[in-house]
Design a protein around this ligand. Sequence first.
Ligand code: CA
Length: 429
Amino acid sequence: MIRWIAALCVCFATVVVADDRPNVVVILADDLGYADLSCQGSKQAKTPNIDTIATNGIRFTDGYVSCPVCSPSRAGLLTGRYQQRFGLEFNPRPEAEHFGLPVDQVTIADVMKKAGYATGMIGKWHEGNEPQFHPNRRGFDEYYGFLGGHHPYIDFKNIVRNETPVDDSGYLTDAFGREAVAFVDRHKSQPFFLYLAFNAVHTPLQATQKYLDRVPDIRAPKRQKMLAMLSAMDDAVGELLKKLDDEKLTEKTLVIFLSDNGGETPSNASRNEPLSGIKGELLEGGIREPFMVQWKSHIKPGQVSSVPIISLDIFPTVAAVAGAAVPENIDGKNLKPLLTGESNAQVHDALYWRYGTQSAIRVGDWKLENFKLTGRRLYNLKDDLAENHDLSAADPDRVQQMQAMYDQWNSQNRPPKWAGKEKEDAGEH
Ligand code: CA
């Protein structure tokens, strides 16, 4: 009898309990214009797959990132912290030694890995080339992509799988889509976290004939190439979403899509209308992005929200969905109550930006900017989305109040770890 009970106990102890925690996929586009998805109103862009994330879930009209250029923006997303907290204010300059996301910062992948998720990253890293900064050392079990800020798409080289160079060929965006599908296939039986960071539609503008043929009526060469690259990214997203469907994982997978910064119109012919400004600027066109979230079992389809949110919110939201603990020092807020309809309240008292000589704060519909070139300006975004009518002289009390809030926030920031040149940063990276 005792032997029988002992055997039963051993049996129960080895029963594997199914882990039903949701999967999480974060899809990041690069330099995508606010207006350049069909679900954002574009008549030229054909993005049927990306659009389904919005139609199946919630699209945010006022979704922001924390910097108008690549590396600092991605650092904010990965840490849930304003990246000025740890000095990553600018893209790397050639003279920046030991450039990278400081190793004392906890990433979203660290937290998900610790919670028992399979963690993978595919695509553009741009958080340091040195070994200590490698995605495999920042919480990602698996990595496929390139470490720098931009990369050729055709006849690509210098791609690594984890830390080993691989000799792949083809079109880079296709490869990222293929790898995303393969990652899901490898981990479909366990909770996974995938960060799929495209470099599309960042320069160089390179597209294959297959994708160019989809936009035959676009005569401007830059615009045609960008839209073709976008179509390739849409295909890759479509393959990933189809894989989730095929594996019956769609209901239990949270999918987030956004861009790392606004479109850089001069170089990639992207469009940010009706917003003013482009990549590299703290005008809305540099920092307000296409931003949408799908989670079919929890989010009602077809919603559009104007509640201001920011990429920093992804970290605590994803952690909440996974039941994982978050560091106390993060700035992002858990969006789960907003996503699931539990709450429609504002998430942030204020959103803040600092990028070299530019600073900005948004409180409600009001935005106060201070740019070296144009001085201090106050806009009401509800009435003046294009930021054309400066109201600072008419409302000095509000200017003072918002400036005080900004100063308080900024007092907790560190100086940049390396020098940056804002406009050059935007153009080169
Ligand atoms: Ca970018």
